[in-house]
Design a protein around this ligand. Structure first.
Ligand SMILES: [Zn+2]
Ligand SMILES: [Zn+2]
Length: 373
């Protein structure tokens, strides 16, 4: 890893270059995030792949598109030279800069087929109780309206007008020596990209330092009509079980290609140090983390039923439970409770509290989960 431009200790303002044995060059182009606090992700690491025709993976958050176009110039590339932009998934810190880039350079966009469905608005189809002004991706946003009105309205509107060339499930060839893998769980449309047999761009599905946030199966139910009959099984694209299957899929890829360089979308460089990830080791660590979290929840429920908020207080550091951190922590707890309900270890009583059934089947249930294909 060659540092082309020095930056800050968390990676902001850095530019790095990777030269691979095959001759392929990749530039790491981090763009600022402003989430801050104890849930800080650091910048989003977008990557410029200098293939025969260069392409960009991810675009940073809203307002960072033009900054990213400036950074491309380091490699003598302009927006108009890009063959396309590939998206690892439809979270705002990855596709927020996209409208700016499309507007400035007329670039083609490639993303998973579910991305194309989630970014659209369906005011006539939206179920009751959701915000029908928002695209399907945000019907279940846990953030308060004060947050969304301030931060995401314009983003959603611009994003809903994008033209997207869709990528399917499983393993898909994008161009020569570039293959995508559908790895739902952190988001239903998450993709990883394999370049030759040298580099795997994993987006947010595998991160150093932090455990990626899993979705909740519950979020699928209202979306079924948007997704259609091809995606009728929510468990395969939403929730912690889907995420764990995707981790195991990554481990399979890692077992076939031991020398893979893994490039994450956050924390490549953070706290003044590089975070190298060994694919299979990191997958194991994350699996262990989720088993431990489930065990901690069951242990906490031993004496009395508890709400998600009470479980969050039992499982997370107090520092993480400030402001919107509470929403994040509760969501993560609820994702684990869904898995525990599926394995029969927990039931939900009065729709609010969770109660332990006395069994402990989750660990073997997690072990038995197999990647779809
Ligand atoms: Zn994400
Ligand atoms: Zn992210």
């Amino acid at each position: 890893m060659e540092v082309v431009q020095r930056g800050e200790g968390n990676g902001n303002r850095m530019i790095v270059r990777l030269r691979l044995p095959s001759g392929l060059e990749i530039l790491g182009l981090p763009t600022k995030n402003f989430y801050g606090g104890d849930w800080d992700l650091g910048p989003t690491w977008n990557y410029l792949i200098l293939a025969d025709r260069p392409f960009l993976v991810d675009t940073g958050r809203t307002g960072q598109g033009n900054a990213l176009l400036e950074m491309l110039k380091t490699a003598g590339v302009s927006g108009k030279d890009l063959a396309f932009v590939l998206l690892t998934h439809g979270h705002e810190d990855h596709d927020g800069g996209l409208p700016e880039i499309v507007q400035a350079a007329g670039v083609r966009v490639k993303a998973h087929v579910l991305y194309d469905r989630l970014i659209r608005c369906y005011p006539d189809d939206a179920p009751s109780g959701v915000n029908r002004e928002f695209p399907a991706s945000c019907w279940h946003c846990p953030m308060p309206a004060s947050f969304s009105t301030k931060h995401c309205r314009t983003y959603h509107l611009e994003r809903s007008r994008l033209e997207v060339e869709t990528i399917g499930d499983g393993e898909t060839s994008i161009m020569k020596s570039v293959v995508s893998y559908h790895l739902p769980g952190h988001s239903p449309d998450a993709l990883a990209f394999l370049l030759g047999e040298e580099v795997l761009l994993v987006g947010d599905t595998l991160l150093p330092d932090i455990s990626p946030h899993p979705t909740r199966l519950r979020d699928f139910y209202h979306l079924a009509r948007v997704f259609g009959p091809d995606y009728s099984n929510g468990d395969s694209i939403y929730g912690l079980r889907a995420y764990i299957r995707s981790l195991k899929k990554l481990a399979r890829i890692g077992a076939l290609m031991e020398q893979l360089i893994v490039l994450p979308a956050h924390r490549l460089f953070y706290n003044d140090r590089w975070n190298q990830m060994e694919l299979n080791k990191r997958v194991e660590e994350l699996l262990t983390h989720h088993v431990a979290r489930c065990a901690h929840i069951l242990e906490s429920l031993k004496h009395c039923p508890m709400t998600a908020g009470e479980l969050a207080a039992a499982c997370f550091d107090a520092a993480l439970l400030k402001g919107t951190g509470i929403v994040m922590a509760e969501n993560e707890i609820l994702s684990h409770c869904e898995l525990l309900q599926t394995s029969g270890d927990v039931i939900s009583c009065n729709g609010e509290r969770f109660e332990a059934t006395g069994t402990s089947a989750f660990e073997s249930a997690i072990e038995e989960l197999e990647p779809d294909r």
